[in-house]
Design a protein around this ligand. Structure first.
Ligand code: ZN
Length: 152
């Protein structure tokens, strides 16, 4: 499983069956150019267990839990390097129905304060950026989501 790169979070909720501790392990990875995510839930008390998984975007609630526990990763590209490749960079963001304006904003962020997301999302984005011919710079912003609000 060498190609899997990602991180995971564990949260404890109340079991809907018995009221015991329902543990959830949430993970998200980049695999062969796509995102893959899963949530494993099991109850210490009654043995209730469930697994939900999927490709591409994960449910927002799970994504928030991941970010809360694992922090945000930021990707940036040097403006000078990005400028001649602007159209191709916009194409990187114009996936999954993302519009022109949104893609343009994303490129502006990329060369400015940076684009943030989960570790797996940003690794995947970096792969796509590298394929266009720019050098992505990744850094971990830590666990505080507040840092995301800092404009560069
Ligand atoms: Zn239970």
């Amino acid at each position: 499983m060498d190609e899997l790169a990602g991180y995971s979070a564990e949260v404890v909720e109340r079991c809907g069956t018995c009221g015991g501790n329902l543990r959830s392990a949430i993970s998200q990875s980049a695999f062969k150019g796509r995102l893959v995510w899963s949530i494993d839930r099991w109850c210490d008390n009654c043995g209730h267990a469930e697994v939900v998984d999927g490709w591409d975007d994960m449910p927002d609630e799970l994504r928030s839990m991941l970010i809360e526990q694992c922090g945000l990763v930021r990707v940036r590209v040097d403006r000078a390097e990005a400028n001649p490749l602007r159209v191709r960079l916009m194409a990187v963001f114009r996936v999954n129905g993302v519009g022109l304006v949104e893609a343009r904003d994303a490129v502006a962020r990329l060369v400015g304060e940076g684009v943030t997301g989960t570790d797996a999302e940003m690794r995947l984005l970096s792969e796509r950026l590298a394929a266009v011919g720019v050098t992505p710079h990744l850094d971990l912003l830590g666990r505080s989501v507040d840092e995301e609000a800092e404009a560069g």
